[in-house]
Every structure is written in C-alpha cells, then in structure tokens.
Design a binder for this molecule. Structure first.
Ligand code: CMP
Length: 241
C-alpha cells in the first residue's frame, strides 16, 4: 500500500512540540526554530505502511501523535514485532546512520502525525550539535538494552513469562489509568501483535490471556489490555536474572 500523506501544519509554527522529542530537547530555542523550518509535517491513517524493510532510507521520522509498529516481515506472512513507537519517539535513523537499507518495516497502528527530516538535514544536525549526537546514541543504546532483554527472555522464559514481561513493559511505556482501575496499555495491540512480539502463536497468547482474565489478573476489551495485578505477572519471570 502506498502511504497517504497530508500536511498537518507548519512545524515552524510549533517549535515547542520539538521540546517533547529527547533528540531536540537540549537545544537552544533559536536552533529549534531553525530546525523546525526543515521538518516536513505528515499525517497517516491507521494501518498505513510508512516504509518496508530493505527500502532505501531517505528520511528520519519523529512521531508527534499516534503509534508506529516496527517489524520484520517473513515470507510466510508472519511478523517479528521489534517495537512500537509513540509520541516523542523517532525512527528511521539506522539506515541514515550506516547507509544500509531499512532494517525493518514501519506501519501506523493508529492515525498518526509526524515530522520527517531529510538525511542531509539529520546529518547536519548531528554534525553541528554534539548534544543531538549524544541523544541519538542514548536512543540506540536503550534499544540495544531492550533487544538484549528480549534475547534473554527468549532463551530463559516460557510463553507465560515472556507475555507477562512484555505486558509490563508495554504498561510501563504506554500505561494510562484503567477505566475500572489498574493500568491500561494505552494502545490497541492485537493478540497477533503480542504473539509476534514474544515469538509465540496467537492461540497460545489468547489462551494465557483468558487464564489471567479468569483470575482478574488482566482485563481485555476491544484490543486493550488492562493490568489489574502486576505482581501476579511479575511472578512469572521473577526467577529470571
Ligand atoms: P531504519 O533501519 O532506517 O528503518 C527501520 C527502523 O526501525 C530503524 O531505522 C529504527 O528506527 C527502527 N528499529 C529497528 N530495530 C529496532 C529495534 N530493535 N527497536 C526499536 N526500533 C527499531
């Protein structure tokens, strides 16, 4: 599917939005204004492919509103979901940094607004502003830590343990107050997406969620998961280092 893109307003009018993005938050206001003029505003409907793995990368994307799934598709139609990025997050930096192809595909999970920055402008920012370079290194190191954690989980935990850990990470990153108490993961994630995040089948994820639902450990409504008893979930991976 070709991405539908509409302008959503001039970022030069909204340099304060950039303060929300860790990459830019340390920059003086004058430089933020300069940068804002180089950003291109985009809006995508939910379910739109922004780019595909192996494409040539030409843009960095900064999410202002919405959510983007980063995944590696396989030839049999399955996916490995690497991450879900939200407002304040950036993606598409890897191929601009190493001049390789896109390492993964990106698709919107919700109606999403973002800014794009060209390869040249991104590289200029990093060259001219050491604090931006440090911010990018922090982003990459954090992703490496999360990836290490996922590898560890894949080796050491069973499906309930991996699912429990992933739900708590999602709640930590995207949690909002639940309608009926607890912490709701403020994101529509299908059971297939959850399965693709932890390397399990949808059936196994469904079975485990039902079991936890019956014990009031979680609540699941309209693809939204609410964690009611986090300590019960922690129990499933507490023995892992
Ligand atoms: P790029 O390789 O240009 O295109 C795919 C993007 O997905 C990549 O840049 C990163 O921004 C993002 N990405 C790839 N792997 C991960 C990961 N493990 N965690 C979070 N984001 C990732």
């Amino acid at each position: 599917m070709v991405a539908r893109q509409d302008a959503v307003g001039n970022p030069a009018d909204k340099p304060d939005l950039l303060m929300l993005v860790p990459l830019f938050s340390g920059m003086p206001p004058q430089l933020l204004g300069e940068l804002a003029r180089k950003l291109r505003p985009l809006r995508f409907r939910a379910g739109t492919a922004i780019f595909h793995a192996d494409d040539v990368g030409s843009m960095l994307y900064i999410i202002i509103k919405g959510a983007v799934k980063i995944f590696i598709p396989s030839t049999d139609g399955r996916e490995v979901v690497l991450a879900i990025h939200r407002a304040g997050d950036l993606f598409g930096e890897m191929s601009l940094l190493d001049d390789e192809r896109r390492s993964a595909s990106a698709t919107t999970l919700e109606d999403t607004e973002m800014f794009s920055l060209s390869r040249q402008d991104f590289q200029d920012v990093l060259t001219r502003h050491p604090e931006a370079m440090r911010a990018i290194v922090r982003v990459l190191v954090r992703r490496l830590r999360l990836t290490n954690q996922s590898i560890q989980d894949a080796y050491l935990l069973d499906v309930p343990g991996r699912l429990a850990r992933r739900l708590l990470i999602l709640a930590d990153e995207h949690g909002i107050d639940g309608e009926h108490g607890g912490v709701e993961i403020g994101l529509k994630v299908s059971q297939q997406d959850l399965a693709s995040m932890i390397g399990a089948s949808r059936v196994a994820v469904n079975k485990q969620l039902q079991a936890w639902r019956q014990k009031d450990i979680v609540d699941v409504r309209r693809q939204r998961v609410t964690i009611l008893k986090p300590e019960e979930l922690e129990h499933h991976f507490a023995l892992s280092p």
